[in-house]
Structures are given as C-alpha cells and as structure tokens.
Design a binder for this molecule. Structure first.
Ligand code: F2R
Ligand code: MG
Ligand code: MG
Length: 320
C-alpha cells in the first residue's frame, strides 16, 4: 500500500484496516482466559510481535464489509440490500454468533429472518454483532449526527432488534465518527459526547465509569463478553486510554480474554479512524490476508466509501 497524502483517506483506510487487524489478531485468542494470554505474552510488544504468517479476519470484518458495500452501492442502509450483502459474504467457518448464524441462513434460504431472530432471542439479540460491523456507518455519516444514529439503527435491525444491541452500534458508530474528526485527542470531550448520546442508563453508567478509568489494568471492570453492553464501552475506553498507540489499544483488550476478536475489532476501528492507516502497526497491516476480500480489497472499499462521502457532501478538496 502506498501511503496516502490525503488525511481523510488515511483515516478511512485506517478504520477498516484497524478493524480487520484487531479482529484477526484477537481471533487467535477468542474465548481464552486473561491469565492464559498474559502468561504467554507479558507485554504489548510481545503480543503484537506474535503473528508471523497471514492473519485471517472473522465474522466481524466480514459483516463490516457487507455494511460498507451496501453504503458504497446505495449511499445508505437499505435493509434488503444489506441482507443480500451479508448473505453474499457469509462464510460460516469465520465464526458467527449462534443467533446471527440462524438469521443469516434464513436470509439465504428466503425465509422470514425477522421471525427467526425473534424466535431465537425473544425481544431481540443484545449481542455485539451490530456494533462490531457498524464502523463504515460512522465514517460515512461522520458529520451528520441524526443520520448516523438512524443509519446505525437500520444497520442493526436485521439481526439485532434489542435496544441494547442497537444502542451499542449507535455508540460505536458515533465513536468512529468522532475519532475520524479529532486531533489532538481530547479524552474528556470524547467521552462526554458519548455519554450525552446514551439513551439507556446501562450504557451511560458504563461510559461514565470509562471516563473515570485511569489505567489500562482497570479495563476489565467494563467487561469482556459477547454482549454489546459488556464490550462496546470496553473498546471505547481502551482507545480513550491510549489514543496515540494502535498496538496498545488492541493489545490491552485482547489481554482481557473473552470476546477478544470483537473487542479488538471495535477498538481497532476507533484507533484506525483516529491515527489513520499510517499510524497502524505496519507489520500487522502487511500480514492481513491476501484473499479476494483481504487487505487490498479493504483499502479499495475504504477509498470507495470516501468517494461516496465526498459526493454526498460535494466536497472537492481533501480535508481533515
Ligand atoms: N460467536 C462468535 N464466536 C464463536 C465462534 C465459535 C466457533 N469458532 C464457530 O466457528 O462457530 N463470534 C462472533 O459472535 C459475536 C457476535 O455475535 P452476534 O452477531 O451478536 O450474535 P448473536 O447470536 O445475536 O448474539 C451473541 C450471543 O449473545 C447472547 N445473547 C444475545 N442476545 C441475547 C438475548 N436476548 N438473550 C440471551 N442471550 C443473548 C447469546 O449468548 C448469543 O449467542 C462476536 O463475538 C463475533 O466475533
Ligand atoms: Mg468474530
Ligand atoms: Mg467475537
């Protein structure tokens, strides 16, 4: 990849590549214990140095690709088009949530997927599957708060109808939008904006706790689980504690164990949107899989999303 001289292009690319790296590196440790990971990797540097061969992403990146493709093709989330993109990208061996798998297979077979989702989790899923894939929404609607909230909600609906699943996606999308705009980083302002955007006490309480955290050793207080409430605030807090280090941001959530791919995918998307592709761990960028929808495709997809963003705003000149 030749480095971009366009700061916004660098951030769009950084967001998708950061997501894929966090997902792929975290995927090597999914469901492992914090103690087990720490015993093998005593430092951030040791963890980041671990992969020697291609790193393969999981459902997190695969579904984010579906969201980005839908936005590129249609300029907004259109539910049946989003479902088509999810189905076209669906490879079960990448490791999907069990409810998500049932819903995607219903979509694939033309069955009533909303009914399947409701049967699986009455009241809807509050898993982190909507948040893990929402980053492209945060990029495209980075300067339109109302559209961002609505588009994030629409991107969640086919699989995640529970309010906590939807709100997790809205908060992560807002986090990406803020990260793509700010430099230098103002931690208090960043978390204040996110707290103000909360619609539930549950997320507000977690993000207020995130704003009081002073060290990465305390991140575990926010959770490491597959539920959106137990992972979205954690990823946001990790980025906010180490905004200038992509490696630390993803490693510190992987050290928590549990849902490591998704924690690191979300944290990586935030960090990448802030630092840009040029601020990522370059060794890891170079190790992202070279499959048809691997590293090169992710960069092209980010560039196409930026084109849609610029057309939407009729912005002719590159800007921050
Ligand atoms: N699921 C995985 N990884 C396990 C892969 C196992 C194995 N390698 C394989 O190949 O199969 N990872 C991915 O799933 C998470 C995202 O899940 P998503 O899309 O939200 O799925 P789902 O099924 O809707 O929810 C996940 C779990 O959350 C709990 N849950 C959700 N809503 C619930 C409700 N209303 N009541 C009770 N529980 C609810 C359930 O435990 C769901 O299984 C990411 O980690 C992604 O990486
Ligand atoms: Mg995954
Ligand atoms: Mg996961």
């Amino acid at each position: 990849m030749s480095p971009s001289s366009d700061p916004l292009q660098d951030r769009f690319r950084g967001c998708l590549l950061g997501l894929a790296i966090g997902d792929a590196l975290g995927g090597k440790f999914e469901a492992q214990s914090a103690d087990g990971i720490r015993a093998r990797f005593p430092s951030v540097e040791a963890l980041i140095a671990y992969p020697q061969d291609e790193i393969w992403y999981t459902d997190d990146t695969q579904m984010a690709i579906g969201v980005a493709e839908t936005l590129v093709e249609h300029g907004a989330i259109i539910e049946d088009q989003l479902c088509k993109a999810f189905v076209a990208n669906y490879v079960p061996s990448r490791g999907y949530g069990r409810g998500a798998r049932a819903v995607l297979e219903a979509m694939e077979e033309g069955r009533d997927y909303r009914q399947v989702a409701e049967q699986y989790f009455p009241g809807g899923s509050y898993g982190n599957g909507a948040a893990m894939r929402v980053a492209p929404v945060g990029l495209l609607f980075r300067d339109d708060r109302a559209a961002l909230q609505e588009q994030a909600r629409l991107s969640a609906l086919p699989t995640h109808l529970h309010p906590l699943g939807i709100e997790g996606a809205q908060l992560l999308a807002l986090g990406v939008a803020l990260c793509s705009q700010s430099k230098p980083f103002d931690r208090a302002a960043f978390l204040r904006e996110l707290v103000a955007a909360c619609t539930s006490d549950a997320y507000r309480t977690r993000l207020e706790l995130a704003s009081r955290l002073e060290k990465v050793d305390d991140l575990g207080q926010l959770g490491n689980r597959i539920e959106a409430l137990d992972s979205v605030p954690t990823a946001i807090a990790s980025f906010a504690l180490t905004p200038e280090s992509f490696a630390s941001t993803i490693a510190n959530v992987i050290f928590l164990g549990g849902d490591t791919d998704t924690l690191a995918a979300m944290a990586g998307a935030l960090s990448g949107a802030y630092l840009g592709a040029s601020g990522l761990a370059q060794r890891l960028v170079n190790l992202i899989e070279t499959s048809p929808k691997g590293r090169t495709y992710l960069i092209e997809l980010a560039d196409r999303l930026l084109t849609v963003y610029r057309e939407r705003h009729a912005i002719k000149q590159p800007h921050q």
